[in-house]
Design a binder for this molecule. Structure first.
Ligand code: FE2
Length: 375
């Protein structure tokens, strides 16, 4: 009986789609040209390709930006009342598509749809016999977020109708290498539904769970589940707000994004000190960390390769789990609304997401409040 069950589990696992990684993340924005300029000058991405009127696209314009293995697309509308303008009207600039690399886009699409995903784009073949791409798209659980499945076979272009841009000598990379994870904020009571979607439809598994007790103070609380694909290369932590004395930061996002969506994208570097210095020089603004956070840092996380003074000057946070530690820092929101931001992360063994920092950060803030006699 046990063996039968195991065989059936294995068969089920073999049926699930093998995702190889994140192909690109596409943002719908108000002005793609300016967004591209921002990601180039502030974060050091290189504009690689362009699609728009000049390349035969009449309804939108897009820029592809790249840094090492990170590919971002910023897209804005050329016409009113489009899916893009609706997205921007409701959400402001935000993530629309987290595109995933697959070996077989048709199979990925059919599997996801058979398991309950809403189809957005049927598998579409573009190219010639030897050089082609297959793209298909399904909706995520809810909200205006989709996943395209991208299958590439020597296709010389990024996507159809894109034209490569001349190399810009002014682009200076900032050491960002890979997308580490993308975090979703969803409404109270919806986390398990999203989590079930990624498990049953996409074949992800739940890697970690954080409850109210792990990451909460009296003032801000949240619950989180981490979903990842079978290789662990794609990680989507999903947050839902929990009751605190004040409005949770997750609830603030939901109020201004007008629904669930991507809260932040974490980008990995091998040298966070160098990367953060460059980003600050480029004008990127980060969340402040009170100096009291660093007073208890070594006591909390143990020995570090880095000089705590340097970390303190740059306001870089540290967290440790049983496999090592990680360094991280969060930008302020990158758009007018208090919604999307970027995290810079360097991993030194640790596989977590910095949950220890929520408590340490808030406790540090509360310590300062207490010193002012306000707690
Ligand atoms: Fe994160």
């Amino acid at each position: 009986m046990l063996v039968t069950q195991r065989q059936s589990d294995q068969r089920q696992k073999q049926d699930l789609v093998q995702f190889k990684g994140i192909d690109y993340v596409e943002f719908y924005v108000g002005n793609a040209r300016q967004a591209a300029h921002f990601y180039r000058t502030a974060f050091g991405f290189t504009p690689i390709a362009y699609a728009g009127l000049e390349t035969g696209v009449r309804d939108r314009c897009s820029f592809l930006l790249q840094q090492e293995n990170i590919r971002l697309v910023v897209t804005s509308s050329l016409i009113p009342n489009s899916a893009i303008t609706n997205h921007v009207e409701w959400h402001g600039d935000g993530v629309y598509d987290i595109a995933l690399q697959v070996d077989d886009a048709q199979n990925a699409f059919e599997t996801a749809v058979a398991r309950g995903a809403k189809p957005i784009l049927e598998p579409t073949f573009i190219g010639s016999h030897n050089e082609y791409i297959v793209k298909a798209t399904v909706a995520s659980y809810e909200g205006d977020l989709v996943h395209s499945f991208i299958e590439r076979h020597n296709y010389p272009n990024f996507l159809p109708n894109y034209q490569f841009l001349p190399t810009l000598s002014t682009s200076q990379t900032t050491g960002l290498k890979e997308i580490d994870h993308l975090v979703f904020n969803v409404e109270l009571g919806r986390m398990n539904l999203w989590s079930n979607f990624y498990q049953t439809v996409m074949g992800f598994s739940q890697a970690q769970q954080f409850t109210n007790d792990d990451i909460s103070t009296k003032y801000s609380a949240l619950m989180s589940k981490v979903l990842q694909n079978n290789t662990g290369r794609i990680k989507f932590p999903i947050n839902e707000p929990a009751e605190g004395y004040r409005k949770s930061q997750i609830q603030e996002y939901l109020d201004f994004y007008h629904g669930p969506g991507v809260q932040h994208m974490a980008l990995r570097t091998d040298n966070i000190i160098k990367t953060v210095k460059q980003l600050k020089n480029n004008g990127v603004e980060f969340l402040q960390t009170p100096d009291t956070y660093y007073e208890k840092l070594l006591q909390r996380v143990g020995f570090l390769d880095e000089d705590v003074k340097v970390l303190q000057n740059l306001k870089i946070l540290v967290d440790r789990d049983d496999q090592g530690y990680l360094l991280q820092i969060f930008t302020k929101p990158l758009v007018g609304r208090p919604t999307f931001f970027i995290e810079i992360i360097q991993r030194k063994g640790a596989q977590g997401f910095g949950s220890g920092n929520f408590k340490a950060l808030f406790e540090a803030i509360e310590l300062e409040q207490a010193q002012r006699g306000n707690l």
